[in-house]
Ligand binder design. Structure first.
Ligand code: PLP
Length: 369
């Protein structure tokens, strides 16, 4: 396979399938029916690259986008001039003029933020758009019930604020049978009745699969776009978007009894061949995958041998015919045989963390066919 010079200089290659990303958006849109589907692109598009992921999602039909930070909002505005951009983290003090200049809609989470945005609107002599988030049970961000009641009693607090969206976030949507889903739905409806009439949004990726009651007026999925299974325990309806490969640097034969890697974490019990691969925890390949994960080559599963180090992992390739794998060849770490959720399970974490850890040093290639 001919590789370009940037790929030749890199240790790991992260290929993003923009066609699969778009297909996933369409799949989520299909689940939502007539309710529009937004796209959450915080944390650099869940690690895939904001400037690549966001335009692809726009082409797939997304018009509303959510980021966590105003800084991410500026980046998004530069690549999507026409998008509606919400900032989930709220209204950062001192950054109010940037929200106005870059047309970012703050998700107001506290009465203090509401007061500051209303005052900013007054100082500009115009109204300003906002989303209002209520805390329906996650106790993380959003107005608690007491502040919702304050707003209902004192609606003048929202003077100058144009409420574009009322939203809340589900804590347990990935466990459909969890009682908290119905409780949060109830509390969200309760809050909505007390706030200005506006479109509402409750469902993240998994929330969309809880059924129409959770859809309201806007779906708000992130992870499922990027291939994470929104219905754990059931077949993944989403396509894999990310493919991670890394280069073989060296291959050696070792005798039984020889150790491999830091802490002598692996010791050969038979004559073994060990391949050293140019991918480590500095590339987001989590160190806790030591001894728990696999590289894949031509359909063959190759166990990691010893600890993941900063820049390399060592892999036991004794089961491959000698000479089959050579320095410079690429092995798969994320691919058709081992997806994001598989790696997450091996690491004892979730696909979200696997994705957002990747891509700091890998060479990124976007495929679009
Ligand atoms: C991250 C986030 C989402 C997207 O959640 P996924 O589980 O990735 O679909 C939606 N809403 C809020 C408030 C979030 O923080």
């Amino acid at each position: 396979m001919p590789i370009d010079r940037a790929a030749a200089r890199a240790g790991a290659i992260l290929t993003i399938d923009l066609g699969a990303l778009r297909a996933n958006h369409q799949r989520l849109q299909q689940e939502l029916g007539d309710v529009p589907c937004a796209a959450v692109v915080k944390a650099d598009g869940y690690g895939l690259g904001l400037e690549q992921a966001a335009p692809a999602l726009w082409r797939a039909g997304a018009r509303s986008f959510f980021v966590a930070l105003p800084d991410e909002g500026l980046r998004l505005r530069r690549c999507l001039p026409g998008a509606r951009v919400y900032v989930l983290g709220g209204l950062f003090a001192g950054a109010e003029p940037d929200y106005v200049e870059y047309d970012l809609i703050p998700v107001l989470n506290t009465l203090e933020e509401i007061e500051r945005w209303s005052a900013h609107a007054r100082s500009l002599g115009r109204s300003l758009p906002a989303a209002l988030q209520t805390d329906s049970g996650m106790s993380r961000l959003g107005l608690p019930d007491s502040e919702v009641e304050r707003l209902a009693a004192e609606p003048q607090r929202l003077a100058g604020i144009e409420t574009r969206l009322i939203m809340s976030h589900l804590a347990c949507a990935d466990v459909p049978a969890h009682g908290q889903n119905a409780e949060q739905l109830e509390r969200f409806r309760w809050a909505r009745e007390r706030l200005p009439a506006a479109p509402a949004s409750l469902a993240n990726s998994s929330g969309i699969f809880l059924g129409q009651d959770f859809h309201f007026d806007l779906g708000r999925p992130g992870a499922a776009h990027y291939g994470v299974n929104p219905v754990p325990g059931k077949p993944n309806p989403m396509r894999q978007v990310v493919h991670l490969q890394a280069k073989v640097l060296q291959i050696r034969s070792i005798d039984p009894g020889r150790a491999v890697g830091y802490g002598a974490g692996f010791r050969a019990s038979r004559p073994s061949r060990i391949a050293t691969i140019a991918l480590g925890y500095a590339d987001g390949f989590l160190r806790c995958l030591s001894g728990r994960s696999f590289a894949w080559y031509e359909g063959q599963r190759l166990p990691l041998a010893g600890r993941v180090s900063m820049d390399v992992v060592t892999v036991d390739i004794s089961d491959l015919p000698e000479g089959r794998l050579r320095p410079g060849d690429l092995v798969d770490l994320l691919g058709p045989q081992q997806g994001v959720d598989d790696l997450a399970e091996q690491a004892g974490t979730i696909g979200y963390e696997v994705l957002t850890s990747l891509g700091r040093r890998s060479h990124r290639i976007c495929r679009d066919d």
